[in-house]
Write a protein that binds this ligand. Structure first.
Ligand code: ATP
Ligand code: MG
Length: 558
């Protein structure tokens, strides 16, 4: 922290402007076709350049909903800043009159899409992939705060050339979900894009497909009018595997004379933004690439094992939703699991490949794509190519090791015990166990199975009870962790969809109290918290909510 910031927190946009440092704009290349004022928002093909200068479209008369107090603290922001008129204006999309050296230009980036290891072009309206990218995410600031570089991005900040004919907006419902989930994920000690602010407007709505009330439909049935909102999310960069893939594909196909150079530049940028502290600047380029792949493999495998630890299913784990920095990105059709099912998938369009226990395999597919994107840069170095292929092929082994380690930790064992684990999974499925409550109650190291019975959605018959007793005895014989240690691994509170539904439904009537309450509870997921909170949030999903559309599954993320 520099002395100036230590003494006084940033409490105006003017003060914040002093920390601006636009390294992306300064080092990468911009789309040569773009209008320099950033005012061209029409969908179009972008053939080269790393980013498109584009201005966000403000939401009218912004209303404050919430901000992240812990992240404000980390950045050295005073809490009053979230309500400061100038600050609110900027982070609800109006950057036309920001004080210098802030720039009155934002940027969006193109990226490619692959789904479970298959390259797609069809999602691009031009069929070429040149029209796919940040369709509604617009970055507005890069700043170095307390010695760390951050990029700040508005989600729902209006159309960009990549909007594909859509409105460029995010609705209040999905913005509240993303805002709270980012706060929660950080508090669970899992890397994530961070929430900064959440603003809405009463003066703009958009239409979205949705379900009738209490419907069991898997597909949306009606169009509904929804309020818009803008969340600002923050990360060292917003580079995705899909981004490297876009430039990798272009280099592979030699699409233009500069294609390989653009790939090289974006890779170097990714390394310096995301791995700057681990990969030394003066290494050879090829050495850097090998280290980059190794370190990303390490982060990605840790990330996925941690998701499984807390019962998180990303839902739409495409290459364009996989951050190169190895943190959680894009809280669209995600879900925290209630009743345990390894095939749990909250998104009806997602298929089994992005289901709960298959996330490690989906990660491997994304990692393969990442490696393929780097290959054109190593063409002249057979040895380096072989090294990279070795790192790629070693993914499954590292992933398995991380999973075993995670399960050992989650169960408080010295080392992973396959037999005990397999028996547990079978019993949890047979008894329909609530994932969070089961592991939290287990963390209390119960004498017998009766305290565990609260976490089952089925009543246990005598046969099942006796199987559980045997399992519990075997587990306790191998257990080495204390209850306290187990409670730091197994959260008490997770952000369940049905709590979110209550919060955003109230928010549509202008009542943000549940958003605030959920935020308070979910930023302390490992703590016991009060009796009142426990009664409200430490409970199984009510049976009547099973299979209800919009609660137990969603059909779209926007
Ligand atoms: N309302 C919208 N207007 C314009 N583009 C959109 C809209 N909704 C989604 N998109 C774009 O469609 C693509 C796929 O959407 P997806 O749900 O994965 O991402 P997202 O939730 O918008 O964003 P992100 O991955 O940035 O968190 C993205 O490129 C996204 O920018
Ligand atoms: Mg996305």
């Amino acid at each position: 922290m520099n002395i100036e910031q230590k003494l006084k927190k940033i409490s105006s946009l003017k003060e914040l402007s002093q920390y601006a440092d636009y390294s992306l704009i300064d080092t990468l290349t911009s789309d040569p076709q773009a209008s320099s004022d950033g005012k061209n928002h029409y969908p179009r093909e972008v053939f080269n350049g790393h980013y498109v200068p584009v201005n966000p479209t403000p939401i009218p008369n912004p209303i404050y909903i919430s901000h992240s107090k812990s992240f404000f603290e980390e950045l050295g922001f005073d809490n009053s800043l979230a309500l400061d008129e100038e600050f609110m204006k900027m982070f609800s999309g109006d950057i036309s009159s920001v004080p210098k050296p802030l720039k009155n230009i934002g940027w969006a980036t193109g990226y490619a899409l692959s789904i479970y290891g298959t390259e797609y072009y069809a999602q691009c309206p031009f069929g070429t992939g040149n029209g796919y990218g940040d369709g509604r995410a617009v970055s507005v600031l890069e700043a170095v705060l307390n010695g760390k570089r951050w990029e700040m991005q508005l989600k729902g900040g209006g159309k960009t050339p990549y909007c594909r004919g859509a409105d460029g907006r995010a609705v209040l419902r999905s913005s509240i979900r993303e805002f709270l989930a980012q706060e929660h994920m950080h508090a669970l000690n899992i890397p994530t894009s961070r929430s900064l602010t959440l603003y809405t407007s009463n003066d703009e709505t958009v239409n979205r497909p949705w379900f009738n009330e209490n419907s069991h439909s898997k597909d949306p049935e009606v169009m509904i009018e929804e309020t818009v909102a803008i969340t600002t999310r923050v990360a060292p960069s917003f580079l995705r595997v899909g981004q490297l893939e876009l430039f990798g594909r272009r280099a592979r196909k030699n699409e233009h004379p500069n294609a390989k150079e653009e790939l090289k530049q974006i890779v170097l940028h990714a390394i310096s933004r995301e791995y700057g502290e681990e990969i030394e600047e003066d290494l050879d380029f090829e050495e850097k690439i090998i280290l980059f792949a190794l370190k990303f493999r390490d982060r990605l495998t840790s990330l996925v094992s941690n998701w499984i630890r807390v019962g998180y299913c990303q839902g739409n784990f495409n290459s364009d939703n996989t951050s190169v920095g190895g943190y959680t990105l894009d809280y669209g059709p995600f879900g925290f699991i209630d009743d345990f099912d390894p095939r749990y998938q909250p998104w009806t369009g997602g298929g089994m490949h992005f289901s709960f226990f298959n996330q490690s395999e989906a990660a491997r597919k994304n990692f393969n794509m990442f490696c393929s994107s780097l290959m054109p840069l190593l063409e002249s170095n057979q040895k380096a190519l072989e090294n990279l292929a070795g790192i790629r092929d070693g993914f499954a082994k590292v992933m398995n090791e991380k999973m075993d380690k995670m399960w050992a930790l989650k169960l408080g064992l010295e080392k992973f015990d396959e037999r005990l684990f397999n028996q547990l999974i079978a019993l949890m499925i047979e008894s329909s166990a609530d994932y969070t409550i089961f592991f939290r109650e287990l963390s209390k190291i119960p004498k017998d199975i009766s305290p565990l019975e609260v976490c089952f959605y089925h009543n246990l018959d005598e046969n099942l009870k006796s199987k559980w007793s045997i399992w519990l005895d075997n587990w306790k014989r191998k257990l080495t962790a204390t209850s306290e240690q187990l409670k730091n691994i197994n959260p008490k509170y997770t952000l369940r969809e049905w709590h979110l539904v209550d919060a955003y439904e109230k928010a549509y009537d202008g009542d943000y109290s549940l958003v605030h309450e959920l935020q308070e509870v979910m930023i302390k997921p490992y703590e016991e918290q009060s009796k009142e909170i426990e009664e409200k949030f430490y409970m199984k999903k009510p049976l009547e909510l099973f299979d209800i559309a919009g609660i137990s599954h969603v059909s779209c993320s926007s």
